[in-house]
Ligand binder design. Structure first.
Ligand code: Z5A
Length: 221
């Protein structure tokens, strides 16, 4: 794959969407970006047409409860389609892909949040991705209470997972912390408690210093 897969992770309200948007504006102007054929912004769940249907089912199942393993498999189905239909073809063409959530979300939410077996999740992730890992994952680390307060303020706190208990969201956060400790070569922590501009400055610094080391990323001139 000639392109690069950059994943943004964290608890809801950590600022992924805002930071991806700011990154796009920055990369669009950056000389180093010219090393890539294009820039693609995508997300999970919902990065494909099929995934949009699955996203609706997952986030708004109405009165119908979804069993934990069913939820896991639906996220995996979304991912499998996303990898085959969008990620692999764009990476093969040499794109830089900015992806809102990927495999670590499943470990944090279904593993630490729901309590499903992490080995089982790793196996399912391996099937869904066909072995495609991120080149770099940015973990936007912020206190759960701060993140949820941001979402409340935006008036946008209401899907099925967002309505989970605070204890659930804390377990998810713990999951991210443990993933970060386990995969320091792949996951980089960003202090997401700061103002948006300060968070973006950290991300630009990380991308500049990390990605020029990777094949296909030209050093700034
Ligand atoms: N999920 C899962 O369980 N398993 C999986 O395998 C996968 C996903 C892939 C949908 O994710 C749900 O799916 C999610 C995990 C689960 N569950 N929940 N809950 P999503 O990514 O579509 O939704 P989300 O996690 O809730 O993200 P979000 O709503 O898009 O939030 P965000 O992108 O992290 O934040 P934002 O939209 O940029 O910012 C939220 C608000 O805060 C907004 O008003 C901003 O203006 C404000 N904001 C952002 N940054 C700041 C700073 N730095 N300071 C102050 N205010 C800020």
């Amino acid at each position: 794959m000639n392109g690069k897969l950059i994943v943004f992770e964290g608890v809801e309200g950590c600022g992924k969407t805002s930071q991806i948007q700011l990154c796009c504006e920055w990369l669009g102007k950056d000389v180093a970006y010219k090393a890539f054929t294009s820039m693609v912004v995508t997300r999970e769940p919902g990065g494909t047409d099929l995934g949009l249907h699955l996203r609706r089912l997952l986030l708004d199942a109405g009165e119908h409860p979804i069993a934990d393993r069913t939820e896991l498999l639906l996220f995996a189905a979304d991912r499998s389609q996303h990898v085959e239909q969008k990620l692999k073809p764009n990476l093969a063409k040499g794109a830089i892909v900015l992806c809102d959530r990927y495999t670590d979300s499943t470990i944090a939410y279904q593993g630490y949040g729901r309590g499903l077996d992490i080995n089982l999740i790793n196996q399912i992730n391996a099937i869904a991705t066909g072995g495609l890992e991120s080149d770099l994952t940015l973990w936007l680390d912020v206190n759960v209470e701060v993140a949820l307060a941001r979402k409340m303020k935006s008036g946008n706190l209401g899907d099925r997972l967002e309505k989970e208990t605070i204890a659930f969201h804390r377990r998810v956060q713990q999951g991210y912390a443990e993933l970060y400790a386990s995969y320091p070569h792949r996951i980089v922590r960003v202090d997401a408690s700061l103002e948006k501009e300060a968070v973006q400055a950290q991300i630009q610094g990380i991308l500049t210093s990390q990605l020029h080391l990777l094949e296909g990323w030209k050093k700034r001139v």
